[in-house]
Design a protein around this ligand. Structure first.
Ligand code: G1P
Length: 297
């Protein structure tokens, strides 16, 4: 029997400089799509996939993130007194079971691979997931759940994958495809942020991974790669040709790059339009804006 994936690493140590000045005091992962922080979307997705242990790799200045997942007795008492059961219910989602959540500090910003490596002792010798909260994926079946189901068949290492316009490939980890089986591809190489025209394909890695513990062993000896950082992509690629195969998984769903302002705004609109309490007002407003825009042309 293949071992179940019950642990997930959330690398959240980044400075979020693209969102300055907001990120001067608010961790990027706490910024909200409508009324839920980015990180809440990631946690919900992880839970749906059967994750029981949540490991956050943090850095200085992220205490708001720790507070977010803590119980808030004064607030809860106040809401209870006022009979606001609906709000209490919303808060419940943010409370984690005692001991289910762990925070590890990444003391130096040495890259995504290094951040994941920082959590090695909490993972031990079992497969684990990595989720990058910047990548928000709207899907009927949450992306990590799709991957866990596919992984139950394949084992090995699995990364979420998506076709991107070729001129955008250099912003991603890119897969060199050995065999394309449709939703699953077997990978013969991976390149982190290839130079323009050097990308082996336009199939990009998106921030969801199910990894074998051997990737952590690979990270022990990993040298810095693209951008002078220790890259997770390189450590996964180092598993190719060993016992542990690497697969790309073309997920069903829409991915938003919430690490960029445009992506963040698109996600905000998409998630707001999916909400019964906001859809009508917002779509009317958007229609008006588009019409005015057209009239001005
Ligand atoms: C990271 C990974 C990259 C992946 C991307 C997906 O890059 O290193 O392989 O394609 O996330 O969002 P970053 O966007 O943090 O530079």
């Amino acid at each position: 029997m293949r071992r179940k994936v019950t642990k997930a690493i959330f690398p959240v140590a980044g400075l979020g400089t693209r969102f300055l000045p907001a990120t001067k005091s608010v961790p990027k992962e706490i910024m909200t799509l409508v009324d839920r922080p980015l990180v809440q979307y990631a946690i919900d997705e992880a839970r749906a996939a059967g994750i029981k242990e949540f490991i956050f790799v943090t850095s200085r200045g992220k205490s708001a993130l720790e507070d977010y997942f803590d119980h808030s007795p004064v607030l809860e008492q106040e809401l209870r007194k006022k009979g606001k059961d609906d709000l209490l219910e919303i808060l419940k989602d943010t409370n984690m079971d005692s001991g289910a959540i762990a925070y590890i500090r990444q003391h130096k910003a040495l890259g995504l691979g290094h951040a994941v490596w920082c959590a090695r002792r909490l993972i031990g010798n079992e497969p684990f997931a990595v989720m990058l909260p910047d990548d928000v994926i709207a899907a009927e079946t949450p992306c990590l759940q799709q991957m866990v189901e596919a992984y139950a068949e394949t084992g090995g290492n699995m990364v979420a994958a998506m076709e991107v316009p070729p001129e955008r490939a250099s912003a991603y980890g890119v897969l060199d495809v050995q065999e394309d089986m449709g939703s699953i591809v077997q990978v013969k190489g991976m390149v982190e942020k290839p130079k323009a025209n050097e990308a082996p394909s336009n199939l990009a890695v998106i921030g969801r991974y199910i990894l074998s513990p051997s990737v952590l062993t690979n990270l022990n000896k990993m040298k810095s790669g693209a951008g002078g950082e220790i890259q997770l992509t390189d450590a996964i690629a180092a598993d190719i040709g060993t016992d542990s195969t690497v697969y790309g998984y073309r997920f069903r769903g829409q991915r938003f790059d919430c690490g960029s302002k445009a992506g963040f705004l698109q996600a905000t609109v998409a998630f707001a339009l999916a909400r019964d309490d906001l859809r009508d007002d917002l779509s009317r407003y958007l229609r008006d804006v588009v019409q005015q825009d057209k009239a001005a042309e």
